[in-house]
Design a protein around this ligand. Sequence first.
Ligand SMILES: [Mn+2]
Length: 295
Amino acid sequence: MIKELSVLSDLHLPHANLAKIRLKIEVEESELILFAGDVLDAFDEKLLQEFLQTFADLPQPKLLVLGNHDLWQDKPHTDALYEDYLQFPWQEYGFHLLDKEPIIFGNTAFCGNMGWYDYSLRLTHDFDWPVIACDELLRWETMNNDEIRNLLQTAATKSFKDLNESDFARKILLVQNNGRWESLHWYDRLYINWGKSDQEMTAYFLHRLEEQLQETRGLEQVVVLHHAPILPRLAAEGVLDAYLSAFNGSKRFWDLICQYDVKTVIHGHLHRKAVFTWKNVRVYSCYGLMDTIRI
Ligand SMILES: [Mn+2]
């Protein structure tokens, strides 16, 4: 029976010290090691090998889900890369990719995948900053100063609180904050391309999770996601915070989780450590190496 977990998330390699992390995990002597996505800052085969080799000889089972950054590429064919990850020989390094299939230890089943976002978890607010949200912004990287100036003078503005789903789908926005225009970005726009909408991708990962939950029904189920199914806080602290919250995850995962006998949910992506209980489910929002989790 697995009870004590070492949980890590959002290492964004190379921006983490693997040797130090390994040492801390060795000292913890937990029964299982879990990575909740964004091991890499962008796809890099060498870094992935380095990561796997760092932990390969530790005796515990090692589970992971992928994160959006693990799929970042310059010329993104995200569905092909995701498929490559599913086919990768993780077991040679003692790893198990939950995105591919659940895993059972005694009467505990670990189910999960990276999840996705559909803007449904954006923080409710009535901020009325003026914003420009239009398709011209999709050319942002190649726009020159004259074009940007022209856009600022001619484009229609609306209020931040009136942003709709297609505005968030662009993943770029101009906002007037304290009298100055600034651009807000969700960079999956440049490095992720599924060839499908975020709503469709959310539905896809939701369906895959549901299959796993059905398959392991009757066992104690632990759900691991990268993107959040619920938020640990209620208020946006500013314009950037309010905008980025659209890409946190999706409420639909929480609705699904509540239909099953899930007692523990572990996710990453928010870069915020938080632990709370909601509707009898213990939720761990992970960032970096967490204190040992007891399930
Ligand atoms: Mn992420």
